[in-house]
Write a protein that binds this ligand. Structure first.
Ligand SMILES: [Zn+2]
Length: 70
């Protein structure tokens, strides 16, 4: 195990941490709609994961349309 040779200054640590969470490290294109998405998480665009629809995106749209007709 190695020990850091020099202590990082407070500003350098904060700057590094500020940029750390901006974007996820790995994004894979969705097999359905090719939108970049996090692996092992259902696609936010089409709501599908491993070919199955996990998030009911279509039902939400239908509800919205039904409200407009009233
Ligand atoms: Zn998708």
């Amino acid at each position: 195990m190695s020990v850091p040779a020099k202590r990082r200054s407070r500003s350098k640590v904060r700057r590094a941490r500020a940029n750390k969470h901006i974007k996820p490290s790995t994004l894979f294109p969705c097999p359905e709609c090719k939108t970049p998405k996090m692996p092992h998480i259902a696609c936010q665009n089409c709501g599908k994961y491993k070919g199955k629809e996990v998030i009911n995106t279509a039902k939400k749209v239908q509800k919205k349309l039904a409200h407009k007709h009233h």
